[in-house]
Write a protein that binds this ligand. Structure first.
Ligand code: NAD
Ligand code: LMR
Length: 346
C-alpha cells in the first residue's frame, strides 16, 4: 500500500439499509477503488435510522480495515456530500400499498432533488454519482437537474445488476463460465421494460483455448426471446418473491462493479479488445435515445469517463422485434421524464 495516496471520500445514502450493509465493508476493504486507495466514508441516513447507521460504523471500526481513514454518520446532506468524490445514492422511498407511480416519483423527487442540490453545493470537482434507489434512472435525472454546476455526465444509474444477471443466465444456458461470455448490452430503463440484448454477444466454447462464437449460434433465438429476456427483466421481482426482500448483496456487488469500472476503467478482455459493459448514463442522442435521458447503453470506461460504444444497434435479423424492444424501454423513460417534469421535479 502506498502511504502517499490521500483518502477518497465516498458517500453512501441509505447506509443503514440492506444494500448499504452489503456495500460498506467491501468499499472499506478496497474492492471498489483499489487495494492501495484509502477511503473516507460518509453515511447518510434519515434521523430514524441514524442509530442503526452508527451501529454499522461501529462494526466498520471493529473490522480494522487498513484502508479506512474515517467514518462519519449524519442525516444532513450538506455534511454527507461535503467533498464527496464517489456518491452512491441508495436510499429511496419504497412503494407502499396503494401508492400510485406518480406518488412514488413525487416522494423520490423529495429525496433526490435536495441530494442533487447538496452535491452541487458541496461535492468535489471530480464527483461521480451512481443512483441505485428506484426508480433509479429517473431519480438520477432528478438529482442531475438539481446540480446545474456539475457536468450531467457525472450522474449515472445502476443497470450493472441487470447486466450481471444477463451474463450469468447466458453462461448457464451455454454451459460455460461467466468469463466466457461477453458483448451483452442492457438497454434502457432499470425496470421490466429493459432490453437485455444478445444480438452482439459472444460465447467462448472450449474454455481458455476455445474460440469465440456468436451467442445466438450457441443458444437459440427462441430461448433468448421467450426465456432469457423476461427472466433477466423480471429477476428483481423473482428475487423479491423467493427471498422475501429486494436483492441486496448482488445489488451492492453490481454497484461496486459500476463505480470501480468508472474510476479505474473497463480495460481489455482476453482477446485484447476493449471490454464493454452496460451502464445508465446521460444520452447524447445515440441510438435514437432522446438527449438528456439517463438510459442504459453499451459502454466502456476510459480515462475515468464512460463512453457509449457506437455500431451496436440491436440486430433485427437475429431478433425480429429488437428495434421495438429498444423503443419501448426508451419510451418508458421519456414518460417518466414527462411525469416528473409535470410534477415540477426537474
Ligand atoms: P432498505 O429499505 O433496506 O434501505 C433503504 C434505506 O434508505 C433505509 O435505511 C432508509 O432509512 C434509507 N433512506 C430513505 N430515505 C432516505 C434519505 N432521504 N436519505 C438517506 N437515507 C434514506 O432498501 P435496500 O434494499 O437497501 O434498497 C434500496 C433501494 O435500492 C430501493 O429503492 C431498491 O428498490 C433499490 N434497488 C435498486 C437496484 C438496482 O439495480 N438499481 C437493485 C436492488 C434494489
Ligand atoms: C432489482 O432489480 O433487484 C430491484 O430493482 C428490485 C426492486 O424493486 O427493488
Amino acid at each position: 500500500m502506498s502511504a502517499a495516496q490521500p483518502p477518497r471520500t465516498v458517500t453512501v445514502t441509505g447506509a443503514a439499509g440492506n444494500i448499504g450493509y452489503a456495500l460498506l465493508f467491501r468499499i472499506a476493504s478496497g474492492e471498489m477503488l483499489g487495494a492501495d486507495v484509502p477511503v473516507r466514508l460518509r453515511l447518510l441516513e434519515v434521523p430514524a435510522a441514524l442509530r442503526a447507521a452508527e451501529g454499522t460504523a461501529m462494526e466498520l471500526a471493529d473490522a480494522a480495515f487498513p484502508l479506512l481513514a474515517d467514518v462519519q454518520v449524519t442525516h444532513d446532506p450538506a455534511v454527507a456530500f461535503d467533498g464527496v468524490q464517489h456518491a452512491l445514492l441508495v436510499g429511496a422511498r419504497p412503494r407502499s400499498a396503494g401508492m400510485e407511480r406518480g406518488d412514488l416519483l413525487e416522494a423520490n423527487g423529495g429525496i433526490f432533488g435536495p441530494q442533487g442540490q447538496a452535491i452541487n453545493d458541496h461535492a468535489a470537482e471530480d464527483v461521480r454519482v451512481v443512483v441505485v434507489g428506484n426508480p433509479a434512472n429517473t431519480n438520477a435525472l432528478i438529482a442531475a437537474s438539481h446540480a446545474r454546476d456539475v457536468p450531467a455526465d457525472r450522474f449515472t444509474a445502476l443497470t450493472r445488476l441487470d447486466h450481471n444477471r444477463a451474463v450469468s443466465q447466458l453462461a448457464a444456458k451455454a454451459g460455460v463460465a461467466v468469463t466466457d461470455v461477453d458483448g451483452i448490452t442492457v438497454w434502457g430503463n432499470h425496470s421490466a421494460t429493459q432490453f437485455p440484448d444478445l444480438t452482439h454477444a459472444r460465447v467462448r466454447v472450449g474454455g481458455a483455448d476455445g474460440g469465440w462464437r456468436p451467442a445466438l449460434e450457441v443458444v437459440d433465438a427462441g430461448w433468448a426471446a421467450e426465456e432469457f429476456i423476461p427472466r433477466v427483466a423480471e429477476r428483481g421481482a423473482e428475487i423479491i418473491s423467493v427471498r422475501g426482500a429486494s436483492s441486496a448483496a448482488s445489488a451492492a456487488s453490481a454497484t461496486i462493479d459500476h463505480m470501480r469500472d468508472w474510476f479505474l476503467g473497463t480495460g481489455v478482455g482476453t482477446d485484447g479488445q476493449a471490454r464493454r459493459t452496460s451502464a445508465a448514463i446521460v444520452s447524447d442522442g445515440s441510438y435514437g435515445v432522446p438527449e438528456g435521458l439517463i438510459s442504459s447503453f453499451p459502454v466502456v470506461s476510459e480515462g475515468g469517463q464512460w463512453r457509449i460504444v457506437p455500431g451496436l444497434e440491436p440486430d433485427a435479423a437475429l431478433l425480429p422485434d429488437a428495434a421495438e424492444r429498444l423503443e419501448r424501454t426508451v419510451a418508458e423513460l421519456d414518460e417518466e421524464r414527462e411525469a416528473v417534469t409535470g410534477l415540477g421535479l426537474l
